[in-house]
Design a protein around this ligand. Sequence first.
Ligand code: GLV
Ligand code: GLV
Length: 326
Amino acid sequence: NKPRILVARAIFPETIARLEQHFEVEHNQPDEIWSRQQLADRLKDKAGAFTTGSERIDAQVLDAAPGLKIVANMAVGYNNFDVDAMTAHGVLATNAPDVLTETTADFGFALLMATARRIAEGEHFLRAGKWDRWSYDMLAGTDVHGSTLGILGMGRIGQAIARRGAHGFGMKVIYHNRSRLRPEQEAEVKARYVDKEELLKTADHLVLVLPYSPSSHHAIGARELALMKPTANLINIARGGIVDDAALADALRERRIAAAGLDVFEGEPKVHPALLTVPNVVLTPHIASATMPTRLAMADLAADNLIGFLVHGKPLTPLNPEVLKK
Ligand code: GLV
Ligand code: GLV
């Protein structure tokens, strides 16, 4: 008797095929968006679940799923998990770190470059037929090389961005994080630790890569935006809710900062309507990890966690390993 698992969203057919070698799989290849009740109903008789970062796993869902042993998130972020509730229910949580670090850092840089050099604005301008002459300040943006790169959150992705900035673009890199890197790590990524206020005041390009939690909610709001340079750009590839989107839209409209590049939004896939009306923002639909090899590697890692734990008793990337000791 194979263990029963649920795959909550559509995923690579080859991932489903791999999982079917070990499990009785209920999948969602039509990619319907289930209500919380529909999710809970489907988890009733399952030992494991494959989630994609959007499905909220909390006490209410866990109460409905007494046989559940593991939920594997195909995302590095796991703010869709109430990890404490999962631990209390004896349910192992896993995420998908490392395999997306370099791909996500590439995208952070792409968004930084697009924002600083007004690439999206230029494209809209051209497509709209507005390009009829050269002019001295047409779409003039901000320099990237030699500027100061500020990084808020210095996990693996933050360090990969620091490396690109320091080694590739000759940027001065400063960062703020709850904990400081070790001196040899700081030396390797050429980043200098500063307090949050200095980070906000000094960065020419501020990239957010910290995890979302109640303590990082609106880490960038009106007060923080007011500390930034009027020439600065803000890049968010972390999570919606870390930035107060309404306050950011105001700051952009009033040119209190130069521009923003946003891949994540409060309440996504809805986007604050005010952000859609300001020109100096580049908007992308949460695609920082979206290359085919990386998405496949993330799916494989989530599948490997399910197989590793439910078949061999050994998950690869547990978030609450204390569950294993019970
Ligand atoms: C994407 O946002 C992820 O957390 O992997
Ligand atoms: C976050 O966990 C990261 O990898 O930066």
